[in-house]
Design a protein around this ligand. Sequence first.
Ligand code: C2E
Ligand code: MG
Ligand code: MG
Length: 407
Amino acid sequence: MTCKLLVVDDDEMIRQFLRTAAQGLGFEVSTASSAETFRTIFNEQQPDIVLLDLIMPGTDGVELLNYLAAMHCTVPVVLMSGLEGGAIRAAIRLGEAHGLRIVGGLEKPFDMSTLKETLGEFRQERMELSQSNLTEALENDEFRLHYQPQVHAESGQPRGFEALLRWEHPDYGLLLPAYFLSLAEESGFITSLTRWVVRQSAAQLVQWCPAELGLTMSINLSIHDLHSPNFPEWMDQAVRAEGASPHDFVLEVTEREASDDPERVLEVLTRLRLKGFQLSIDDFGTGYSSLSMVQRAPFNELKVDKSFVLESEHDSDADVIVRMVVNMGHTMGLRVVAEGVENERALRRMREVGVDIIQGYHTGRPMPASSCAQWLNMAFAGKQTARPAEQTARPAEQIARPAEQTA
Ligand code: C2E
Ligand code: MG
Ligand code: MG
């Protein structure tokens, strides 16, 4: 599965960097330093993706976009520019208006992880995954859990972890849920995955955390799990079999799809709660009927969707939404978690608006089980809040995108 990448940039150093980096990600790379070479290579080699600098001597990105549009180019295009974000956004809109597939914008200077993320997104399209691949992956023990820390907003002390599913694919590398979750949901295979996640995370919690620390494990459920009347009983037995208690678990529910049987979902949630599991409504603000769900089901916690947290810095509407959700949650007696807290400023803002629990790259990226004990030691020693920047740099999840594994 070789992908041909064409890089167009007049800067020799940038071309070199992109060539080496993209080759490392498994791309076959050609470079062009002028509009003319670009046109020749584009026609001769028919690349699968184009990385285009907006500013070039003698021409500009807009002219090249016009050329691609005239050629009825259907391959994805990523724009790059040393100008601040507004210029890239305008060029993206222009390219889209021309009918081009602009899949990303890179503001220079960008780092390796941003590049990986952008190209990784693209490679997803070229993967062919099927239901039988998922079944085999479970049999072959290819699924992994990464754990992302949550901390108390005020004290910075650890609250627990959220278990996040990954697939260590033999060809594509470590895949994020976005690459396979909808397939698992559509086929109903997700219920087998949930069971695997529950057993695995319960065993892990018992291994890391003496019960007196009171740390929690959050896991994500699917709507399919909540349609099964036996699920609460199974959950209870499964976590106890590993030596954990239902009270240690926070079960996160998202209403991505509307349920065709809301009464049954409500019943299963209520029975889980009665067995001692904590319930959390995830991605709040993006789902179908979040409000009615919060009102009817016995939730303990509400997670403000990360899109609002990420945008609240620049967008006053998003900021208002975060404040409203926090107030609403507290009025209803719920704990409020902010996810997507990426930096110190966001952490300060979330504290200021009264969020109870913080989750995000700033306090810790999702990491393999082997790194969690070390994170906990540092966090309990108070180092994690004092020097948060070091946390995001530790060997956690720099390997999140499929392209990263293909080196
Ligand atoms: P989620 O439950 O809302 O999980 C949080 C997602 O936000 C994770 O993405 C996490 O890596 C990402 N994240 C955390 N902090 C930050 C941050 O500061 N900035 C940004 N930009 N992102 C951050 P991930 O691991 O890709 O998971 C995506 C979604 O897949 C999850 O969203 C959850 O809905 C679903 N998922 C993950 N594991 C499972 C699972 O075991 N079962 C089910 N049913 N769904 C799962
Ligand atoms: Mg979640
Ligand atoms: Mg979420």
